[in-house]
Every structure is written in C-alpha cells, then in structure tokens.
Design a protein around this ligand. Structure first.
Ligand SMILES: [Fe+2]
Ligand SMILES: [Fe+2]
Length: 174
C-alpha cells in the first residue's frame, strides 16, 4: 500500500534499485540459511555436535529474523517474496561457496560460511550506502543486519582451529 504512498522516503528517491537489492539479499538469506542447515546435518568429528548447534542457531537467525525483516520491508514497497523457489538462487548475489566433500573437514565448512558472511556484510553495507539519508527505514534494517552478520563472521572465525585460521588467511589474501 505504501508503495505508492511512500512518504517515508525522500520524494525523488528511486525505490526500484532498493527493491532489487532487497530481493537479492532476501535470496542470500535463504541460501545461507539452507547451507548452514546442510552443514549442521553433515559435519562429523569430535566437535561436530557443538558446531552443528551453532550452525543451526545461525541458520534460524538468517531465515526467521533476517529474511523476515527483509520481507516486511518489501511489503512496505508492496512487493511479495518470489513465488518461484528456483528464482531464489538466480536472485542471490552471494550464492554459496562450494562445500568440502569430507564431512570431517569442519574447518572447510566453517570457511565456506565465513565467505558467505563476508558477502552478506558487503551486501548490507551496499544497502546502507544506497539508503543512508533518503530511506531511513531501510537504512536502519541495513544497520541491524550488518551488525548481526559481522557478529556471525566473528563467531565463525573463532570456531576455526589454528590451521583453519591459517587456511582462511591464505584463501582470502592469496
Ligand atoms: Fe543474514
Ligand atoms: Fe549471517
């Protein structure tokens, strides 16, 4: 309804680009949420159970909190979530890094998740930059989710073994 009323954004603000970005971020949340669940159900080893719990918790936050907040903001613009599940993967800006074949390679699964978080952080920073000023409601959403994804990144980095941390450093810098 407020898609055409729209008084919460500055008069000349172009909502189309923000809607496009929100749809892409919505898809990223679903994909990250799905792969975190896959990770929780796949990993094996002495610490797998504890780490699975953390992945399930983060999965729920992506799906139940983040995707929900984005869907709510899209409703303000009178836009529904994609009806076609297949289109989610196409809409996603981040997709998801390839998962290790070995279920005991827990560091490998965590590194994939850290890369997904870094992509989400970049996406919310871009959303913040697009909306800062003319669209304070979306700007606040971007701030909230940027804070959450940064926390996720730190939580995941802290789960890595010493070798895993070294591996991440090499993959991100080399
Ligand atoms: Fe998220
Ligand atoms: Fe996250």
């Amino acid at each position: 309804m407020s898609g055409w009323i729209g008084v919460e954004v500055s008069p000349k603000f172009n909502k189309d680009k923000v809607v496009e970005k929100l749809l892409s971020l919505f898809a990223d949340e679903w994909i990250a949420g799905y792969y975190y669940m896959v990770t929780a159900y796949t990993i094996k080893g002495p610490h797998a159970e504890t780490i699975s719990e953390i992945f399930l918790k983060e999965s729920r936050e992506e799906l139940e909190k983040h995707a929900k907040m984005i869907a709510d903001r899209l409703q303000d613009f009178d836009v529904d979530p994609p009806r076609d599940f297949k289109s989610l993967y196409d809409l996603s800006g981040c997709k998801y890094p390839e998962l290790p074949n070995d279920p005991y390679d827990i560091d490998g699964f965590i590194i994939a998740a850290i890369k997904a978080e870094l992509c989400a952080i970049k996406g919310y920073k871009e959303l913040y930059d697009m909306t800062h000023g003319p669209d304070p409601v979306t700007e606040e959403l971007a701030e909230d989710l940027l804070r959450d994804e940064t926390r996720h990144r730190t939580e995941l980095v802290n789960l890595l073994s010493r070798e895993g941390l070294e591996r991440l450093r090499k993959e991100l810098t080399g």
